[in-house]
Design a protein around this ligand. Structure first.
Ligand code: SAH
Length: 216
């Protein structure tokens, strides 16, 4: 997309992603294409391509570009997949996934965030993203199985319903843990076995719900 922020986006791709082992061409192209500045509050547009998370309202944040790219790369999508995205937030991660997959279902527990995200995604012609309001820890049984699942908030465990909604051979990428002690995990389903791999230490907002943390 050609806009005033294109040079900053290109720089972000080179310096924050390519320099840190993001090498999946589909992911790099998606990160170069999605106008991240249109997913943040106007006051933060000038900061949209910096190497950090940004506030999006309701005490939530849009993840750092590197984290969005890494999680997307770990899903190993090749195009044509049906993906589940938990924690829509601004809708940015959903848009990045929608550049690669054929359909994205995105669940957000805050109705106001979901509404704004949907509005943004439609304005930008992401017609292959469906945004739903609800508890993402329960997944979306009516649309399962999914070829990939990405969770952008940290819970105490890997939610059981999300495991069972993975297609055979699918991957799920999610943070697990609390406070300072969180790790990004990748789960791979092989028939009735789920292989779990620890990727790196991370910092995410809490996943609240039936198979997440209990709300205060
Ligand atoms: N992916 C987002 C950032 C997400 S921040 C983006 O690109 O902007 C994490 C989001 O998860 C927050 O919006 C929070 O409200 C949401 N969340 C937390 N628990 C949830 C749950 N059980 N179901 C759905 N969304 C949840």
């Amino acid at each position: 997309m050609s806009d005033a922020y294109e040079p900053l986006r290109a720089k972000m791709v080179r310096e924050q992603l390519m320099a840190r082992h993001i090498d999946d061409e589909r992911v790099l192209k998606a990160m170069y294409t999605v106008p991240r500045h249109l997913f943040v509050h106007p006051d933060f547009q000038k900061n949209a391509y910096e190497d950090r998370p940004l506030p999006i309202g309701n005490d939530q944040t849009i993840s750092q570009p590197f984290m969005v790219a890494l999680m997307t790369q770990l899903l190993e999508l090749t195009g044509g997949e049906k993906v589940l995205d938990i924690g829509t937030g601004s809708g940015y991660q959903a848009a990045v996934l929608a550049e690669i997959a054929s359909v994205v279902y995105s669940i957000e527990r805050h109705e106001s965030l979901a509404r704004q995200a949907l509005h943004r995604l439609r304005e930008l012609d992401y017609d292959n993203v469906e945004v739903l309001v609800g508890d993402g820890t329960q997944g979306l049984p009516s649309r399962a199985p999914f070829d990939g699942i990405l969770v952008a908030a940290t819970g105490p465990i890997i939610p059981g319903p999300l495991r069972t909604q993975m297609a055979d051979g699918a991957r799920m990428v999610l943070p697990v843990g609390e406070g300072e002690d969180q790790n990004l995990m990748r789960v791979w389903r092989d028939g009735n076995r789920w292989e779990v791999e620890k990727i790196l230490r991370v910092r995410f907002v809490p996943l609240l719900g039936r198979f997440g943390f209990v709300e205060d």
